[in-house]
Design a protein around this ligand. Structure first.
Ligand code: C2E
Ligand code: MG
Ligand code: MG
Ligand code: MG
Length: 288
């Protein structure tokens, strides 16, 4: 019985593994043959100051429309691009696009952009990113770069050097997915971090699990005592937002406010927010 069951489980895992390998192979093949500049695009998700009910920045999120594979999620193609050495090229294309879009926004709205480890640890790649940022002419204080801690500790000295060069431009640095295995406490004080982004897994457990609430509360306290900004990701409901606000969280991001949107949608979105007819108006946040 038990043996048969285990064998069945193994067969299933083996099958899943095979399917995953085949998919990764297909992604790798399509990526290598892609016209990346044409097929990659960005969508933007607002980060909202709930006290002021105002969008303070947008996070740029990559999308890949492959002619062969259709729309591929970044959770699938970014790891492959990292593995096959295409990530630096991909990041440059995306950052150039993001900076062009950002140039059309009002000056109080910032841009948050995700980087991979190789973007920070390869000196030539860092140099190209710095050049792009300078050439764009945008005020670097409006630009935040997001990375996970693993992205930095794998090659800590190189990461520190790369981050120092980027930070010298005047951009700020956010630790993404904070609280997960990818980002935790180990290196916060040794890296030039300005902001923590609390991972959405904690937000998802917020209403049901006391532990998630306690973890979020401690991270918020930690960020206050270290004088770091803090953003909570993955806020989907009014209940979550109200509880987070009660815990002292000011900046939030998630489907409650808006799904990631195409660049063309941002102008109208900000105008709705300006005249006070945005989706946020029926929320129970107090204006402060
Ligand atoms: P991330 O940086 O943590 O981005 C947040 C992810 O959560 C995004 O998924 C976003 O669409 C999703 N999300 C936002 N609000 C909610 C919500 O309320 N509920 C739920 N369930 N999900 C929400 P996306 O766009 O699929 O990106 C996945 C990951 O891919 C990102 O996680 C980031 O690590 C990576 N990524 C995306 N774009 C880039 C990029 O340009 N460069 C690099 N290196 N990585 C990127
Ligand atoms: Mg991010
Ligand atoms: Mg994140
Ligand atoms: Mg993530």
């Amino acid at each position: 019985e038990a043996k048969a069951h285990h064998r069945g489980t193994w067969v299933m895992f083996a099958h899943e593994h095979e399917t995953r390998m085949r998919l990764q192979g297909a992604i790798e093949h399509a990526l290598r043959h892609a016209d990346l500049a044409a097929e990659l695009s960005l969508v933007f998700q607002p980060m909202v100051d709930v006290g002021q009910q105002r969008t303070v920045a947008f996070e740029a999120l990559a999308r890949w429309h492959s002619p062969e594979l259709g729309l591929v999620s970044p959770d699938r193609f970014i790891p492959v691009a990292e593995r096959v050495g295409l990530i630096n090229e991909l990041t440059q294309i995306l950052l150039a696009k993001a900076l062009r879009v950002m140039a059309t926004w009002p000056a109080h709205v910032g841009l948050s952009f995700n980087l991979s480890m190789a973007d920070i640890t390869a000196p030539e790649a860092v140099g190209r990113l710095c050049a792009l940022i300078k050439a764009s002419g945008v005020d670097p204080s409006r630009l935040q770069l997001e990375a996970t801690e693993t992205a930095m500790i794998d090659d800590f000295a190189q990461a520190q050097a790369g981050l120092a060069r980027l930070k010298a431009l005047g951009v700020s640095l956010s630790l993404d997915d904070f609280g997960t295995g990818y980002s935790s406490l180990a290196y916060v004080h040794r890296l030039p971090v300005d902001k923590l982004k609390i991972d959405r897994s904690f937000t998802q457990g917020l209403m049901e699990h006391d532990s998630a609430r306690k973890i979020i509360r401690s991270i918020l306290e930690l960020s206050r005592s270290l004088k770091l900004d803090c953003v909570v990701e993955g806020v989907e409901t009014h209940e979550q937002a109200a509880l987070l606000q009660a815990l002292g969280c000011r900046t939030m991001q998630g489907y409650l406010f808006h799904r990631p949107m195409a660049p063309e949608a941002i102008g109208p979105y900000l105008r709705r927010e300006d005249v006070g007819t945005s989706a946020l108006d029926d929320t129970r946040f107090s204006r402060r």
